[in-house]
Design a protein around this ligand. Structure first.
Ligand code: ADP
Length: 497
């Protein structure tokens, strides 16, 4: 008997959304690009086009910025912080109620496994909204005593920075959008969100959700388009007060230059080449698990990916064996398949880039311990890969690959300064991981590593913990108090007494 499996309700909703006419949200209206142009959106697991999305450019960005500027002094500005908090919380409830639909959209657009999208990305988004909703009512200044014998009453206060451009990448399309959107709204800003051209669908779906939650028109605008058109127009725009950007260091540099026009505030969360350092006394089973997850999760497309392994010589072989075994067993496949652990990389371009790096490693003298190949000839699957015999001069050790490729290296010395020097030998400084059972080693390494985050024995990211880069990994911090204060201007009031 042939039993037809009925699609689940969320599968139908996701399919209907993706098949529907995609328009941008500008000033409370759903619109096409002014030019009428669209671009194609692919499912990276199949290479098939699944949607056409408006190709917004300067004209659309200008309309969105004007709408956001109007909204900044409209009904939105009259809401109390508690009312803003309640609206953001309502949005989190609505997102939670549609989590499966959003997760499936993310899987079809980005490629990540559905379970990872649902239990990782969507859960993070809901929590991030709730965390930041709480901040709306807690953005205070302070009373300051003057330093000289002047009779002054002085205090600071925090005001929304204004119209903010949110430019997000394709690796965590919804999460990155929400990580910026929720503190911006909690602080009272209005926004123009530009998702990555590879993965615009969840941001457009989020636009519908925002609308359904009753945010006043123009508070949240979503413009889809390419980086060099829509993205560039947003960073160039003289009436945008701040850009919050997550993406490559190369584009970060362009944004910095463009922001100089009107001295926009800039938050940049950029690339990384984060080390994972294994000391001989580490719990090696946990370190193997953590180091594997640190590079292969999200198919290595994570800015904080631990892409350089440094293991003490006495434990190197065991680490290499353990990670290689995990790499070879990870089930690579279509994210809609429940058995899949690792999805495709996001695009053909990205696949070629990752495989190009593996080739470059080989030609510079590295060997492939495991992986290193494309998997299949449909979709953009790359095998989890471990490179050995890599050294500091190689491109694979210095440059961000943004794929499931680990460079495994050992160290001989016991001197922590020398180990830290090696770990710090990169232009980046986003994250790092240290595995040891010795608390002194752990805390000394935490001081010596030049990175915005040191994760000890698997400690992770949380909405309350500031996250951002040293060196060329960026400017500013997201999450925590620093993350929301970055969406405010500080004003000082001084009263002669
Ligand atoms: P990746 O290299 O990971 O694709 P990018 O840094 O190129 O990431 O892209 C991240 C985001 O930045 C995307 O939304 C992209 O459209 C946008 N972007 C790319 N180029 C520019 C630019 N010149 N100005 C503003 N935004 C840009």
């Amino acid at each position: 008997m042939n039993v037809e499996v009925q699609p689940k309700a969320y599968e139908k909703r996701a399919a209907e959304f993706i098949a529907s006419r995609q328009q941008m949200l500008i000033g409370g209206a759903w619109v096409d690009a002014a030019s009428g142009e669209t671009f194609e959106v692919e499912n990276p697991a199949t290479g098939q086009v699944i949607a056409h999305v408006p190709s917004g450019d300067g004209a659309d960005i200008d309309a969105a910025v004007k709408a956001a500027r109007r909204a900044l002094s409209g009904p939105w500005s009259k809401l109390t912080p508690a009312q803003r908090a309640a609206m953001i919380w309502r949005m989190s409830d609505a997102l939670e109620a549609s989590a499966e639909e959003f997760a499936l959209i993310e899987t079809l657009d980005n490629g990540k496994p559905f379970t990872a999208a649902l239990n990782g990305d969507l859960r993070t988004c809901v929590e991030n909204m709730r965390y930041n909703a709480g901040w709306a009512t807690k953005l205070n200044g302070e009373q300051i005593n003057p330093s000289s014998p002047t009779a002054l009453l002085a205090y600071t206060m925090r005001e929304p920075v204004g119209v903010v451009g949110l430019i997000v990448p394709w690796n965590f399309p919804l999460t990155m959008a929400v990580n910026k959107l929720s503190p911006a709204l909690a602080a009272g800003c209005t926004v123009v969100l530009k998702p990555a051209e590879q993965t615009p669908l969840s941001a457009l779906r989020l636009g519908r959700l925002v609308e359904a939650c009753g945010f006043p028109e123009g508070v949240v605008n979503v413009v889809t388009g390419f980086g060099h058109t829509a993205g560039q127009a947003l960073t160039d725009h003289p009436d945008v007060d701040k850009i919050s950007f997550t993406g490559s260091t190369e584009v970060g540099r362009k944004i910095l230059r463009a922001a100089g026009g009107n001295f926009k505030r800039v938050m940049l969360e950029l690339g990384g080449k984060s080390p994972v350092i294994i000391f001989p006394d580490a719990d090696l089973d946990k370190a193997i698990e953590g180091a594997s997850r640190g590079i292969f999760a999200n198919t290595g497309q994570t800015c904080a990916a631990n892409s350089r392994l440094y293991a003490h010589r006495s434990v190197f072989d065991r680490m290499l064996e353990g990670i290689s075994e995990r790499a070879s067993k990870l089930r690579v496949g279509d994210g809609t398949d429940a058995a899949t652990e690792i999805g495709p990389v996001v695009s053909r371009t990205q696949m070629q880039r990752v495989l190009g790096y593996v080739e470059s490693g080989r030609s510079e003298g590295a060997s492939v311990a495991v992986g290193g190949q494309r998997r299949g000839d449909q979709g953009y699957f790359v095998e989890p890969t471990v490179l050995v015999q890599t050294s500091r001069s190689m491109r694979v050790v210095q440059e961000e690959i943004f794929g499931p490729v680990l460079c495994a290296m050992s160290f001989e010395m016991d001197d922590l300064d020398r180990i830290a020097t090696e770990a710090n030998d990169t232009v980046y400084g986003l994250s790092s991981a240290v595995w040891t059972r010795d608390i002194t080693t752990a805390h000394l390494m935490a001081r010596k590593i030049k990175a915005g985050m040191v994760r000890i024995n698997g400690g992770g990211v949380d909405h309350a913990l500031p996250f951002g880069g040293y060196k060329q990994s960026g400017w500013g911090r997201e999450y925590g108090r620093e993350g929301i204060e970055a969406y405010t201007e500080l004003k000082t009031v001084a009263v002669a007494m």
